[in-house]
Write a protein that binds this ligand. Structure first.
Ligand code: SAJ
Length: 418
Protein backbone atom coordinates (compact mmCIF):
# COMPACT_ATOMS: atom_id res chain seq x y z
CA UNK A 1 0.00 0.00 0.00
CA UNK A 2 1.19 3.53 -0.78
CA UNK A 3 -0.13 6.47 1.22
CA UNK A 4 0.32 9.94 -0.20
CA UNK A 5 0.21 12.83 2.27
CA UNK A 6 -0.51 16.22 0.75
CA UNK A 7 1.06 18.98 2.85
CA UNK A 8 4.18 18.24 4.92
CA UNK A 9 3.55 20.74 7.71
CA UNK A 10 2.95 20.41 11.45
CA UNK A 11 0.44 17.58 10.91
CA UNK A 12 1.33 16.03 7.53
CA UNK A 13 5.00 15.40 8.25
CA UNK A 14 4.53 13.74 11.67
CA UNK A 15 1.68 11.61 10.24
CA UNK A 16 3.90 10.59 7.30
CA UNK A 17 6.77 9.67 9.61
CA UNK A 18 4.58 7.71 12.05
CA UNK A 19 2.94 5.76 9.21
CA UNK A 20 6.34 5.04 7.65
CA UNK A 21 7.60 3.82 11.04
CA UNK A 22 4.84 1.18 10.85
CA UNK A 23 6.16 -0.14 7.54
CA UNK A 24 3.81 1.76 5.21
CA UNK A 25 5.31 3.31 2.07
CA UNK A 26 4.59 7.03 2.27
CA UNK A 27 4.99 9.70 -0.38
CA UNK A 28 4.81 13.20 1.06
CA UNK A 29 3.79 15.98 -1.30
CA UNK A 30 4.54 19.64 -0.72
CA UNK A 31 4.44 22.67 -3.01
CA UNK A 32 7.45 24.12 -1.19
CA UNK A 33 10.66 22.80 -2.77
CA UNK A 34 12.71 23.60 0.37
CA UNK A 35 10.41 21.33 2.41
CA UNK A 36 10.69 18.55 -0.18
CA UNK A 37 14.50 18.78 -0.25
CA UNK A 38 14.80 18.96 3.55
CA UNK A 39 12.64 15.87 4.07
CA UNK A 40 14.49 13.93 1.37
CA UNK A 41 17.71 14.61 3.28
CA UNK A 42 16.08 12.98 6.32
CA UNK A 43 15.74 16.34 8.07
CA UNK A 44 12.82 18.39 9.40
CA UNK A 45 11.88 22.02 8.74
CA UNK A 46 9.66 22.37 11.85
CA UNK A 47 10.35 22.08 15.57
CA UNK A 48 8.50 19.14 17.13
CA UNK A 49 10.01 16.88 19.81
CA UNK A 50 10.88 13.39 18.53
CA UNK A 51 10.07 14.16 14.90
CA UNK A 52 13.63 14.52 13.59
CA UNK A 53 14.63 10.96 14.56
CA UNK A 54 11.45 9.48 13.07
CA UNK A 55 11.86 11.33 9.77
CA UNK A 56 15.54 10.39 9.55
CA UNK A 57 14.77 6.69 10.01
CA UNK A 58 11.77 6.78 7.66
CA UNK A 59 13.73 8.40 4.81
CA UNK A 60 16.86 6.26 5.16
CA UNK A 61 14.83 3.04 5.35
CA UNK A 62 13.14 4.13 2.08
CA UNK A 63 9.65 4.18 3.57
CA UNK A 64 9.29 7.95 3.16
CA UNK A 65 10.10 10.23 0.26
CA UNK A 66 8.91 13.73 -0.62
CA UNK A 67 7.87 15.05 -4.01
CA UNK A 68 6.46 18.32 -5.34
CA UNK A 69 3.46 16.88 -7.25
CA UNK A 70 1.08 14.03 -6.34
CA UNK A 71 1.86 10.58 -7.76
CA UNK A 72 -0.44 7.54 -7.96
CA UNK A 73 -1.19 6.03 -4.55
CA UNK A 74 -3.80 3.95 -2.73
CA UNK A 75 -4.68 6.55 -0.11
CA UNK A 76 -4.44 10.36 -0.24
CA UNK A 77 -4.44 12.27 3.05
CA UNK A 78 -4.84 16.03 2.76
CA UNK A 79 -3.23 18.06 5.57
CA UNK A 80 -2.97 21.55 4.10
CA UNK A 81 -3.63 24.87 5.89
CA UNK A 82 -7.16 26.28 6.15
CA UNK A 83 -6.50 29.86 7.29
CA UNK A 84 -9.08 32.63 7.56
CA UNK A 85 -9.22 35.83 5.58
CA UNK A 86 -8.99 39.36 7.02
CA UNK A 87 -12.75 39.44 7.59
CA UNK A 88 -12.74 36.08 9.44
CA UNK A 89 -13.98 33.98 6.51
CA UNK A 90 -12.50 30.50 5.89
CA UNK A 91 -10.00 30.30 3.04
CA UNK A 92 -10.32 26.88 1.37
CA UNK A 93 -8.00 27.64 -1.54
CA UNK A 94 -5.33 25.16 -0.34
CA UNK A 95 -7.91 22.35 0.00
CA UNK A 96 -9.23 23.14 -3.47
CA UNK A 97 -5.73 23.14 -4.97
CA UNK A 98 -4.98 19.81 -3.25
CA UNK A 99 -8.24 18.27 -4.54
CA UNK A 100 -7.48 19.38 -8.10
CA UNK A 101 -3.90 18.09 -7.89
CA UNK A 102 -4.96 14.68 -6.52
CA UNK A 103 -7.64 14.36 -9.21
CA UNK A 104 -4.98 14.07 -11.90
CA UNK A 105 -3.69 10.78 -10.47
CA UNK A 106 -6.84 9.32 -8.84
CA UNK A 107 -7.68 5.70 -9.65
CA UNK A 108 -10.64 3.43 -8.96
CA UNK A 109 -10.37 2.03 -5.41
CA UNK A 110 -8.58 5.06 -3.93
CA UNK A 111 -9.42 6.47 -0.51
CA UNK A 112 -9.20 10.26 -0.05
CA UNK A 113 -9.05 11.65 3.50
CA UNK A 114 -9.26 15.31 4.51
CA UNK A 115 -7.50 16.06 7.83
CA UNK A 116 -7.31 19.87 7.70
CA UNK A 117 -9.55 21.73 10.18
CA UNK A 118 -12.47 22.78 7.98
CA UNK A 119 -15.91 24.38 8.04
CA UNK A 120 -18.88 22.02 7.85
CA UNK A 121 -19.42 20.94 4.24
CA UNK A 122 -15.79 21.14 3.13
CA UNK A 123 -15.36 17.37 2.62
CA UNK A 124 -18.35 17.37 0.28
CA UNK A 125 -16.96 20.44 -1.51
CA UNK A 126 -13.63 18.65 -1.94
CA UNK A 127 -15.51 15.68 -3.36
CA UNK A 128 -17.27 17.98 -5.86
CA UNK A 129 -13.95 19.56 -6.89
CA UNK A 130 -12.58 16.06 -7.63
CA UNK A 131 -15.78 15.06 -9.45
CA UNK A 132 -15.47 18.15 -11.69
CA UNK A 133 -12.01 16.96 -12.78
CA UNK A 134 -12.83 13.26 -13.06
CA UNK A 135 -16.23 12.57 -14.61
CA UNK A 136 -14.91 9.08 -15.49
CA UNK A 137 -14.91 8.06 -11.80
CA UNK A 138 -17.87 7.65 -9.43
CA UNK A 139 -17.87 9.43 -6.07
CA UNK A 140 -20.02 8.67 -3.00
CA UNK A 141 -23.22 10.56 -2.14
CA UNK A 142 -23.58 11.74 1.49
CA UNK A 143 -25.11 8.98 3.63
CA UNK A 144 -25.81 6.64 0.71
CA UNK A 145 -24.06 3.24 0.52
CA UNK A 146 -26.49 1.58 -1.91
CA UNK A 147 -23.97 1.66 -4.77
CA UNK A 148 -20.22 1.29 -4.16
CA UNK A 149 -18.41 4.36 -5.52
CA UNK A 150 -14.99 4.16 -7.21
CA UNK A 151 -13.50 6.60 -4.70
CA UNK A 152 -14.04 6.65 -0.91
CA UNK A 153 -13.95 10.07 0.80
CA UNK A 154 -13.62 10.69 4.54
CA UNK A 155 -12.98 13.53 6.99
CA UNK A 156 -10.62 12.64 9.87
CA UNK A 157 -9.60 15.74 11.81
CA UNK A 158 -6.21 15.99 13.44
CA UNK A 159 -6.43 16.70 17.19
CA UNK A 160 -2.81 16.65 18.33
CA UNK A 161 -1.24 19.20 20.65
CA UNK A 162 1.82 21.03 19.28
CA UNK A 163 4.80 19.84 21.31
CA UNK A 164 3.21 16.39 21.89
CA UNK A 165 2.32 15.53 18.30
CA UNK A 166 4.27 12.29 17.92
CA UNK A 167 2.76 10.78 21.09
CA UNK A 168 -0.76 12.14 20.60
CA UNK A 169 -0.96 10.89 16.98
CA UNK A 170 -0.77 7.38 18.36
CA UNK A 171 -2.57 7.76 21.71
CA UNK A 172 -5.51 10.08 20.96
CA UNK A 173 -8.93 8.77 19.95
CA UNK A 174 -9.65 9.53 16.32
CA UNK A 175 -12.90 10.72 14.76
CA UNK A 176 -13.54 9.12 11.37
CA UNK A 177 -16.28 10.93 9.45
CA UNK A 178 -17.24 9.14 6.24
CA UNK A 179 -19.23 10.62 3.39
CA UNK A 180 -20.84 7.18 3.79
CA UNK A 181 -20.39 4.45 6.39
CA UNK A 182 -18.43 2.34 3.93
CA UNK A 183 -15.99 5.24 3.35
CA UNK A 184 -15.49 5.59 7.11
CA UNK A 185 -14.84 1.87 7.54
CA UNK A 186 -12.13 2.00 4.88
CA UNK A 187 -10.44 4.90 6.67
CA UNK A 188 -10.56 3.06 10.02
CA UNK A 189 -8.48 0.27 8.44
CA UNK A 190 -5.79 2.82 7.67
CA UNK A 191 -5.81 4.64 11.03
CA UNK A 192 -5.72 1.34 12.93
CA UNK A 193 -2.19 0.87 11.54
CA UNK A 194 -0.84 3.56 13.89
CA UNK A 195 -3.63 4.68 16.26
CA UNK A 196 -3.64 2.72 19.52
CA UNK A 197 -6.79 4.46 20.80
CA UNK A 198 -10.37 4.24 19.52
CA UNK A 199 -11.42 5.17 15.98
CA UNK A 200 -14.92 6.60 16.34
CA UNK A 201 -17.08 6.41 13.24
CA UNK A 202 -19.50 9.18 12.27
CA UNK A 203 -20.46 11.14 9.14
CA UNK A 204 -18.19 13.80 7.64
CA UNK A 205 -20.36 16.79 8.66
CA UNK A 206 -20.44 15.75 12.33
CA UNK A 207 -16.69 15.09 12.26
CA UNK A 208 -16.03 18.54 10.78
CA UNK A 209 -18.11 20.24 13.46
CA UNK A 210 -16.65 18.10 16.23
CA UNK A 211 -13.14 19.39 15.50
CA UNK A 212 -14.36 22.99 15.50
CA UNK A 213 -16.32 22.41 18.70
CA UNK A 214 -13.28 21.01 20.55
CA UNK A 215 -11.26 24.15 19.92
CA UNK A 216 -14.23 26.48 20.48
CA UNK A 217 -14.92 24.78 23.81
CA UNK A 218 -11.38 25.64 24.88
CA UNK A 219 -11.64 29.18 23.52
CA UNK A 220 -14.90 29.83 25.40
CA UNK A 221 -13.40 28.47 28.62
CA UNK A 222 -10.25 30.56 28.27
CA UNK A 223 -12.45 33.61 27.59
CA UNK A 224 -14.24 32.95 30.87
CA UNK A 225 -10.88 32.93 32.66
CA UNK A 226 -9.73 36.07 30.84
CA UNK A 227 -12.95 37.89 31.70
CA UNK A 228 -12.55 36.85 35.35
CA UNK A 229 -9.03 38.30 35.36
CA UNK A 230 -10.41 41.67 34.21
CA UNK A 231 -13.22 41.59 36.80
CA UNK A 232 -10.72 40.66 39.54
CA UNK A 233 -8.43 43.48 38.50
CA UNK A 234 -11.30 45.92 39.01
CA UNK A 235 -12.24 44.39 42.37
CA UNK A 236 -8.60 44.09 43.50
CA UNK A 237 -8.77 40.31 43.95
CA UNK A 238 -5.99 37.87 43.02
CA UNK A 239 -7.53 35.93 40.11
CA UNK A 240 -5.07 33.03 40.43
CA UNK A 241 -6.01 32.42 44.06
CA UNK A 242 -9.67 32.79 43.16
CA UNK A 243 -9.44 30.17 40.40
CA UNK A 244 -7.53 27.74 42.63
CA UNK A 245 -10.28 28.02 45.24
CA UNK A 246 -13.16 27.75 42.77
CA UNK A 247 -11.53 24.71 41.19
CA UNK A 248 -11.69 22.88 44.52
CA UNK A 249 -15.40 22.43 43.77
CA UNK A 250 -15.77 18.92 42.29
CA UNK A 251 -17.56 20.14 39.17
CA UNK A 252 -15.66 23.38 38.45
CA UNK A 253 -12.53 23.59 36.31
CA UNK A 254 -11.75 27.17 35.29
CA UNK A 255 -8.83 27.48 32.84
CA UNK A 256 -5.98 29.97 33.18
CA UNK A 257 -6.12 33.61 32.11
CA UNK A 258 -3.29 35.03 30.05
CA UNK A 259 -2.45 37.88 27.69
CA UNK A 260 -4.80 36.50 25.01
CA UNK A 261 -5.21 33.36 22.92
CA UNK A 262 -2.74 32.62 20.17
CA UNK A 263 -1.61 29.96 17.74
CA UNK A 264 -3.20 28.87 14.52
CA UNK A 265 -6.04 26.73 15.86
CA UNK A 266 -7.98 27.97 18.87
CA UNK A 267 -7.96 31.61 17.76
CA UNK A 268 -9.07 30.63 14.23
CA UNK A 269 -11.41 27.63 14.32
CA UNK A 270 -14.32 29.23 16.24
CA UNK A 271 -14.67 31.69 13.33
CA UNK A 272 -15.55 28.74 11.05
CA UNK A 273 -18.59 28.02 13.23
CA UNK A 274 -19.49 31.73 13.43
CA UNK A 275 -19.24 31.97 9.64
CA UNK A 276 -21.64 29.01 9.19
CA UNK A 277 -24.16 30.19 11.81
CA UNK A 278 -23.57 33.93 12.39
CA UNK A 279 -26.84 34.64 14.21
CA UNK A 280 -26.75 31.53 16.35
CA UNK A 281 -23.08 31.42 17.46
CA UNK A 282 -23.38 34.28 19.94
CA UNK A 283 -21.41 32.85 22.86
CA UNK A 284 -18.66 31.57 20.57
CA UNK A 285 -18.32 35.01 18.93
CA UNK A 286 -18.27 36.81 22.28
CA UNK A 287 -15.55 34.47 23.53
CA UNK A 288 -13.41 35.30 20.49
CA UNK A 289 -13.91 39.02 21.11
CA UNK A 290 -13.07 38.70 24.83
CA UNK A 291 -9.87 36.79 24.08
CA UNK A 292 -8.87 39.11 21.25
CA UNK A 293 -9.35 42.15 23.50
CA UNK A 294 -7.05 40.88 26.25
CA UNK A 295 -3.82 42.26 24.70
CA UNK A 296 -5.32 45.78 24.82
CA UNK A 297 -6.11 45.31 28.50
CA UNK A 298 -2.49 44.26 29.10
CA UNK A 299 -1.15 47.29 27.19
CA UNK A 300 -3.37 49.58 29.27
CA UNK A 301 -1.81 48.01 32.38
CA UNK A 302 1.63 48.91 31.03
CA UNK A 303 0.53 52.55 30.56
CA UNK A 304 -0.89 52.64 34.10
CA UNK A 305 2.37 51.29 35.56
CA UNK A 306 4.38 53.88 33.63
CA UNK A 307 2.13 56.63 34.97
CA UNK A 308 2.44 55.31 38.53
CA UNK A 309 6.25 55.71 38.41
CA UNK A 310 5.84 59.47 37.87
CA UNK A 311 8.69 59.30 35.32
CA UNK A 312 8.87 60.10 31.61
CA UNK A 313 8.46 56.92 29.52
CA UNK A 314 11.64 57.86 27.66
CA UNK A 315 13.57 57.40 30.92
CA UNK A 316 12.21 53.90 31.61
CA UNK A 317 13.39 50.47 30.47
CA UNK A 318 11.03 47.53 30.11
CA UNK A 319 11.66 43.79 29.75
CA UNK A 320 9.12 41.59 27.91
CA UNK A 321 9.50 37.95 28.97
CA UNK A 322 8.32 35.51 26.28
CA UNK A 323 7.15 35.98 22.69
CA UNK A 324 5.82 32.51 21.73
CA UNK A 325 2.09 31.76 21.66
CA UNK A 326 2.43 29.30 24.54
CA UNK A 327 5.09 27.94 26.90
CA UNK A 328 8.22 26.04 25.90
CA UNK A 329 7.84 26.24 22.12
CA UNK A 330 9.37 28.51 19.46
CA UNK A 331 6.11 29.06 17.53
CA UNK A 332 5.28 32.76 17.21
CA UNK A 333 2.24 32.36 14.95
CA UNK A 334 -0.69 34.46 16.13
CA UNK A 335 1.08 35.06 19.44
CA UNK A 336 -0.53 37.69 21.70
CA UNK A 337 2.81 37.96 23.54
CA UNK A 338 4.53 38.91 20.29
CA UNK A 339 1.95 41.54 19.34
CA UNK A 340 2.02 43.05 22.85
CA UNK A 341 5.84 43.22 22.78
CA UNK A 342 5.77 44.81 19.32
CA UNK A 343 3.40 47.53 20.56
CA UNK A 344 5.48 48.08 23.71
CA UNK A 345 8.60 48.55 21.58
CA UNK A 346 6.83 51.45 19.86
CA UNK A 347 5.57 53.14 23.06
CA UNK A 348 8.68 55.28 23.49
CA UNK A 349 10.56 53.47 26.27
CA UNK A 350 14.26 54.19 26.62
CA UNK A 351 14.86 50.46 26.00
CA UNK A 352 12.69 47.42 25.35
CA UNK A 353 14.42 44.15 26.22
CA UNK A 354 12.96 40.99 24.71
CA UNK A 355 13.62 37.63 26.33
CA UNK A 356 12.63 34.54 24.36
CA UNK A 357 14.76 31.48 25.21
CA UNK A 358 13.49 29.54 22.17
CA UNK A 359 14.63 31.88 19.39
CA UNK A 360 17.98 33.41 18.36
CA UNK A 361 17.10 36.64 16.60
CA UNK A 362 14.51 39.41 16.88
CA UNK A 363 11.43 38.61 14.79
CA UNK A 364 10.18 41.16 12.27
CA UNK A 365 7.72 43.84 13.32
CA UNK A 366 9.81 45.57 15.99
CA UNK A 367 10.04 49.19 14.91
CA UNK A 368 12.12 50.76 17.60
CA UNK A 369 15.93 50.89 17.44
CA UNK A 370 15.97 50.62 21.23
CA UNK A 371 14.75 47.02 21.17
CA UNK A 372 17.15 44.16 21.94
CA UNK A 373 16.82 40.39 22.34
CA UNK A 374 18.86 39.59 25.45
CA UNK A 375 19.30 36.96 28.17
CA UNK A 376 16.86 36.73 31.07
CA UNK A 377 19.10 37.83 33.94
CA UNK A 378 20.53 40.79 32.04
CA UNK A 379 17.04 41.94 31.02
CA UNK A 380 15.70 41.77 34.55
CA UNK A 381 18.72 43.51 36.06
CA UNK A 382 18.57 46.33 33.52
CA UNK A 383 14.81 46.95 33.37
CA UNK A 384 12.56 49.10 35.55
CA UNK A 385 9.38 47.31 34.47
CA UNK A 386 9.12 43.54 33.88
CA UNK A 387 6.17 42.13 31.96
CA UNK A 388 5.82 38.36 31.92
CA UNK A 389 3.95 37.28 28.78
CA UNK A 390 4.67 33.54 28.47
CA UNK A 391 5.12 31.00 31.28
CA UNK A 392 8.28 29.40 29.82
CA UNK A 393 10.05 27.02 32.22
CA UNK A 394 13.16 29.23 32.76
CA UNK A 395 10.95 32.10 33.96
CA UNK A 396 9.37 29.82 36.55
CA UNK A 397 12.78 28.63 37.76
CA UNK A 398 14.55 31.99 37.97
CA UNK A 399 15.84 33.62 41.16
CA UNK A 400 12.86 35.72 42.24
CA UNK A 401 14.96 38.02 44.40
CA UNK A 402 16.01 39.64 41.10
CA UNK A 403 12.51 41.11 40.88
CA UNK A 404 12.70 43.09 44.09
CA UNK A 405 12.31 46.82 43.56
CA UNK A 406 10.96 46.28 40.02
CA UNK A 407 7.50 47.04 38.69
CA UNK A 408 6.09 43.66 37.66
CA UNK A 409 3.14 42.73 35.42
CA UNK A 410 2.58 38.98 35.48
CA UNK A 411 0.00 38.07 32.81
CA UNK A 412 0.33 34.33 33.52
CA UNK A 413 0.23 34.26 37.29
CA UNK A 414 3.49 32.36 37.78
CA UNK A 415 4.74 34.88 40.35
CA UNK A 416 1.29 35.72 41.70
CA UNK A 417 2.43 35.02 45.26
CA UNK A 418 5.03 37.85 45.09
N1 SAJ B 1 -4.30 29.26 26.82
C1 SAJ B 1 -4.65 30.09 27.87
N2 SAJ B 1 -5.15 29.54 29.01
C2 SAJ B 1 -5.29 28.18 29.16
C3 SAJ B 1 -4.93 27.33 28.07
C4 SAJ B 1 -4.44 27.90 26.92
O1 SAJ B 1 -4.53 31.33 27.79
O2 SAJ B 1 -5.73 27.76 30.24
C5 SAJ B 1 -3.78 29.85 25.56
C6 SAJ B 1 -2.34 29.44 25.24
O3 SAJ B 1 -1.43 30.23 25.94
C7 SAJ B 1 -2.31 29.66 23.74
C8 SAJ B 1 -3.72 29.28 23.30
O4 SAJ B 1 -4.52 29.33 24.48
O5 SAJ B 1 -2.08 31.03 23.44
C9 SAJ B 1 -3.85 27.91 22.66
O6 SAJ B 1 -3.04 26.95 23.32
P1 SAJ B 1 -3.54 25.46 23.65
O7 SAJ B 1 -2.43 24.75 24.31
O8 SAJ B 1 -4.83 25.50 24.37
O9 SAJ B 1 -3.88 24.82 22.21
P2 SAJ B 1 -3.11 24.68 20.80
O10 SAJ B 1 -3.59 25.78 19.91
O11 SAJ B 1 -1.65 24.50 20.95
O12 SAJ B 1 -3.71 23.24 20.30
C10 SAJ B 1 -5.13 23.09 20.20
C11 SAJ B 1 -5.53 21.77 20.89
N3 SAJ B 1 -6.99 21.73 21.06
C12 SAJ B 1 -7.55 21.45 22.24
O13 SAJ B 1 -6.91 21.26 23.26
C13 SAJ B 1 -9.04 21.38 22.26
C14 SAJ B 1 -5.04 20.57 20.07
O14 SAJ B 1 -5.53 19.33 20.63
C15 SAJ B 1 -5.52 20.69 18.62
O15 SAJ B 1 -5.10 19.58 17.81
C16 SAJ B 1 -4.92 21.97 18.06
O16 SAJ B 1 -5.47 23.07 18.81
C17 SAJ B 1 -5.30 22.06 16.58
O17 SAJ B 1 -4.43 21.75 15.73
O18 SAJ B 1 -6.45 22.35 16.27
Amino acid sequence: MIVSIIGLGYIGLPTAAVLASKGVRVVGVDVDQYTVDTVNQGKVHIVEPGLDGLVFKAVYSNYLKAVAKPEKADVFMVAVPTPFTDNNKPDLSFVKAAAKAISKVLEKGNLVILESTSPVGTTEKMLEWMREERSDLSFPEFGCDRVKADIAVTYCPERVLPGQVVRELVENDRIIGGVTLRCAEQAVELYKIFVEADCLITDCRTAELSKLVENSFRDVNIAFANELSIICDKLDINVWDLIKLANRHPRVNVLQPGPGVGGHCIAVDPWFIIDSAPDEAQLIRTARLVNDSKPTFVLNKVSQIVESTGKEISKLRIACLGLAFKPNIDDLRGSPALSIAQKISNMGFRSTFLVEPNIDCIPTGFGSENTELIKLEMAIKSADIIILLVDHAPFKLMDLSLLSGKQVIDTRGIWSYL
